[in-house]
Design a protein around this ligand. Sequence first.
Ligand code: ATP
Length: 220
Amino acid sequence: MIQFSQVTKRYPGGHEALSGASFSIEKGELVFLTGRSGAGKSTLLKLIAAIERATSGVVSVNGQNVGRLSRGAVPYLRRNIGLVFQDHKLLFDRSVIENVVLPLDIAGFDRREALRRARAVLDKVGLLNREKARPVSLSGGEQQRLCIARALVSRPGLLLADEPTGNLDAGYAADIMAMFRDFHRVGTTLVIATHDERAIGDGGERTLHLDQGKVAEAAA
Ligand SMILES: Nc1ncnc2c1ncn2[C@@H]1O[C@H](COP(=O)(O)OP(=O)(O)OP(=O)(O)O)[C@@H](O)[C@H]1O
């Protein structure tokens, strides 16, 4: 599903965040991405979602070279990708539930069905009682859970999550990981960048370790 062939990403200013990275992720895999702060984890996720483009090498998703996608084609790629990034990009002028419903509105869902699904996912992340609140009135951890709800509501085939449990206490972190594992069980591909040992657990999942822009398989 995801293939990196000799991918290098150099940011303006010369910093090389990824250096000749090659690996593949099959459909339905759950993969953790580990490595020190600054190792290149966020960069790797951004290349998959075409938020950043590789300096050299090929990133392909579902057989498409995402570095070659036209601007117009990027929304089609993202339609099937749930994104949980650190800069939540929530809409602060809309309520919690409207933030979650939005991807379904864009996908043309019937309003009642969209609200039903949005409430179900808000319930799972423990925010159902805040559905009318504005995101600005939520704590950092609540905003993170809202972001996770919004990423999962359209049941994407691929979920990319950057430190999804970073701001959460142990209880919520475990709930979110359980949700991710449920999605994995029904066939979603997940790539989760994390420092959080609690998130990785002892499930024997595949872990890719990043060190100074190089990617290596880590022993489970
Ligand atoms: N837009 C940018 N412009 C210039 N340099 C950048 C940019 N984004 C990231 N970098 C640099 O690239 C390197 C890798 O950053 P990246 O955010 O991918 O690391 P990370 O492993 O996700 O770190 P963290 O765990 O702290 O989020 C860092 O040295 C960072 O400073």
